[in-house]
Design a protein around this ligand. Structure first.
Ligand SMILES: *[C@@H]1O[C@H](CO)[C@@H](O)[C@H](O)[C@H]1NC(C)=O
Ligand SMILES: *[C@@H]1O[C@H](CO)[C@@H](O)[C@H](O)[C@H]1NC(C)=O
Ligand SMILES: *[C@@H]1O[C@H](CO)[C@@H](O)[C@H](O)[C@H]1NC(C)=O
Length: 279
């Protein structure tokens, strides 16, 4: 007896469960009529369009306040780091084996492409020894001062395409990181030393390792498109006695207010690298 009653109840349950998906009598789908569903879909469509609109509007207002040419947040001008090319803090090569120094020579050559004399003809011939200040009111794109690789003389890769590596007197290029608005006071120059008893002769290009003020200030990537950083080349005039030894070389920016002795950041205004030549 009980079992037939259960069956009847079961049947009812099943039919009501089926009805809850689709009820043919009222035409309801999942308990709602088609028009009710249409309203709900419409509501969500409008709601999400509104949210997307809000997002786009805020974004647009945000972007309007940004200026492509001037970075927005700039509290104080930081001090620049010093970097070397070839991009290695451990330069080791065999001066009699071109394969060993080819990577350094290639790196220097490709790095100097944008300093090509013909390429630099497009840039300004700026007056030496003074900042190249450009007004904001002038056209937005700033002019850049010329730096020809020819001024690196024996380290330009023009007269000696091996940058001295084949004669065991290698050239290293130094540059400061670009910093927007930086105006170093004094007359910055690069001074390199080898920590050893007998000093090693070095040649600097441009003369005395000077970094001219005309390359400052830098106005930023977009505004100052053709800007090239000034370079200083150092040629280490190593002799036979200096071969087969790992020589620690330290270069610093001196003669200016640029920091070069920060305890925490050993690349601020200075760089230390090792050089070893074998024959
Ligand atoms: C340097 O290269 C030359 C020529 O390939 C070779 O004779 C010499 O043994 C090399 N020196 C060292 C220290 O590997
Ligand atoms: C740079 O100059 C060298 C030699 O004058 C030339 O071979 C090279 O193609 C030039 N590169 C560019 C990018 O102008
Ligand atoms: C370069 O630095 C060394 C060591 O600090 C110093 O003795 C030398 O006078 C400096 N040279 C120049 C030109 O400043």
């Amino acid at each position: 007896m009980a079992s037939t009653e259960d069956k009847a109840a079961n049947k009812e349950n099943v039919s009501s469960w089926k009805d809850s998906i689709y009820n043919p009598r009222t035409g309801e789908l999942l308990g709602r009529t088609a028009s009710s569903w249409a309203l709900i879909l419409l509501f969500y469509l409008v709601f999400y369009c509104f949210l997307a609109g809000m997002f786009a509007l805020t974004m647009w207002v945000m972007l309007l306040t940004l200026d492509d040419y001037v970075p927005r947040y700039r509290d104080r001008v930081p001090h620049p780091g010093l970097v070397i090319r070839p991009n290695s803090l451990d330069i080791t090569f065999n001066k009699s084996d071109p394969l060993k120094y080819a990577q350094y020579v290639q790196h220097l050559e490709s790095f100097l492409q944008k300093y090509n004399d013909t390429e630099q003809e497009k840039n300004e011939d700026c007056p030496q020894g003074e900042y190249f200040l450009q007004d904001d009111t002038e056209e937005m794109t700033k002019k850049a001062c010329r730096f020809k690789r020819g001024s690196l003389s024996f380290c330009s890769g023009l007269s000696d395409t091996n940058f001295g590596y084949s004669e065991g007197k290698p050239c290293v290029l130094l540059k400061m990181n670009r910093i927007i608005g930086l105006k170093p006071r004094g007359d910055p120059y690069i001074n390199c030393t080898v920590k050893r008893e007998s000093p090693i002769q070095m040649q600097y290009f441009p003369s005395e390792g000077r970094i001219d003020k005309m390359y400052f200030p830098y106005y930023g990537k977009k505004a100052h498109e053709n800007y090239v950083q000034p370079l200083v080349a150092v040629k280490l005039l190593l002799t036979k006695e200096d071969y087969n030894k790992e020589l620690p070389v330290e270069c610093r920016v001196e003669g200016s207010d640029l920091r070069n002795n920060d305890d925490r950041d050993k690349f601020l205004g200075r760089v230390t690298f090792r050089i070893k030549v074998v024959e």
